[in-house]
Design a protein around this ligand. Structure first.
Ligand SMILES: Nc1nc2c(c(=O)[nH]1)N[C@H]1C(S)=C(S)[C@@H](COP(=O)(O)O)O[C@H]1N2
Ligand SMILES: [Mo]
Length: 447
């Protein structure tokens, strides 16, 4: 549960980290980040326009920019309250700039419906340039070996031919919470904020697929999208995932063209994305151009190997697991966050403190949320709202009183409709650091 301090020890910041990168980049990453980085992402943090934009933002040229490790946020931003600005986003913590990955601090997730500027961003490649996107001309092709009548729709056709549906759907990155695993797992070091629950409007994936003929041997769908691979190689895709037919055909599985009544934010997939709530958000393809109906488990980029997969049996931390023993993550586990108060607040001893947050449970509903101020020795049942619709997160709130002045932590623990509870400490270690649904906790000083 303890947050690992991601910042390097003071001595390492100044002594020879650049030299160390030149001679032993793995060791330099380990010292700087407490982990080893993917060699592809290590170099070339900023180039061309990105570098120019960053220099403008900093108000100075980055003299040694070529030495900056991939994903390193300039200390001028990382160590200040002024977050590095992403277009259309506000207050997010940027974990990586290439590709852009940013999470939302939990106190900024307090809204019942997550606003566009507060929805996390998880990119595997470069998004299609904003100015290249014309919603009127955008097309979506339905194809694949188990599609009876492959069809290309323009976005206006899609909107006019099929009924519109609006749902609040929770999406959470499979790697949310990764930063707490030990030994550390490579990848974005998400804390708790790679989750959100906006209101999506679109057409049902089912309606569109059925109009194009779903063959009897259909097993899975897969998406192909307009973002490009980090290497610049046009033959490579950054990501192409999907879900089994049963999930694709659910009422709530959407091809969404709007979010919260307006355009989907550019970084979240404008003008068209899939939303399959409750499953790892990697299945919710952004900037979607093609959906294939497959006669086998979709084998696109990041469907195979270790991506979005976990060992099919529990393993000791640090175990190396053979590839054939991994299974694809499907519905996400029960989880909750405390969105109020913000961690670190002081609160007058004489007054009760109203705490609140959200809870969700993949394809299931949350049936109870409990809070504790004594590290889990005793729990109080919170008031829990019903979800606005299936696969929406649920608001909880609870009033707590502190017995005396001092330091406390408010912990929240949700239980799903099948009786499964969030663990109080980090659950099952796995090589890629997925599915950490440990209790979230915030610090409060009673004064
Ligand atoms: N085309 C495309 N779709 C994508 C991704 C991507 O990189 N490209 N990332 C996936 C992953 S891993 C996650 S967690 C979610 C994140 O959605 P968001 O950025 O809108 O929060 O988008 C998914 N869909
Ligand atoms: Mo993700």
């Amino acid at each position: 549960m303890m947050k690992k301090d991601q910042s390097p020890p003071e001595s390492d910041r100044t002594i020879g980290i650049h030299e160390l990168y030149a001679s032993n980049p793995d060791e330099a990453d380990a010292r700087l980040w407490g982990r080893r980085m993917d060699p592809v992402s290590r170099r070339g943090f900023f180039r061309g326009a990105g570098l120019a934009a960053m220099s403008t933002a900093l108000g100075a040229e980055i003299v040694f920019w070529e030495n900056m490790p991939g994903g390193l946020i300039p200390a001028a931003f990382a160590q200040s309250d002024q977050p590095f600005a992403l277009p259309g986003k506000d207050g997010l913590i940027v974990l990586n700039d290439r590709p852009i990955n940013a999470e939302t601090p939990p106190h900024l997730l307090d809204d019942e419906v997550t606003p566009g500027n507060r929805l996390f961003v998880r990119n595997n490649g470069h998004p299609p340039p904003m100015e290249s996107i014309d919603p009127e001309k955008w097309t979506l092709e339905i194809a694949g070996e188990a599609c009876g009548k492959p069809t290309v729709f323009t976005l206006p056709e899609l909107k006019s031919k099929f009924e519109h549906h609006t749902y609040r759907l929770q999406i959470e990155c499979g790697g949310n919470g990764r930063s707490e695993f030990n030994p550390p797992a490579s990848g974005n070091q998400w804390a708790v904020g790679a989750v959100g629950c906006p209101e999506w409007t679109g057409v049902r994936l089912r309606d569109v697929l059925e109009a194009c003929g779903v063959a009897k041997n259909a097993v899975y769908i897969g998406y192909h999208a307009a973002d490009t691979h980090l290497s610049g190689d046009p033959k490579k895709e950054p990501i192409s995932r999907g879900v089994p037919m049963a999930k694709a055909l659910e009422d709530e599985s959407l091809i969404a063209f709007a979010m919260n009544g307006g355009d989907i934010p550019w970084l979240n997939g404008h003008p068209l994305r899939i939303v399959t709530g409750g499953w790892p958000a990697s299945t919710s393809g952004k900037w979607v151009k093609q959906i294939v109906v497959r006669d086998r488990v979709h084998d696109g980029e990041k469907m195979t190997g270790h991506s979005y997969r976990v060992p099919k049996y529990p393993v000791a931390p640090g175990t190396s697991v053979p590839e054939e023993d991994f299974v694809i993550i499907e519905s996400m586990p029960v989880k909750s966050i405390v969105t109020f108060p913000k961690s670190g607040v002081s609160h007058p001893l004489a007054e009760p403190l109203s705490c609140r947050g959200h809870a969700w449970a993949g394809d299931l509903e949350v049936s109870e949320v409990h809070v504790s101020i004594d590290f889990g020795a005793t729990w109080t049942k919170a008031k829990l709202d019903k979800p606005a619709n299936r696969l929406a997160w649920q608001r909880w709130n609870a009033e707590v009183r502190f017995p005396q002045k001092g330091y406390y932590e408010v912990w929240a623990r949700a239980v799903d409709s099948q009786g499964r509870s969030q663990p109080m400490i980090v659950p099952g270690w796995n090589p890629k650091g997925y599915l950490n649904n440990a209790c979230h906790r915030v610090a409060v000083q009673a004064v």
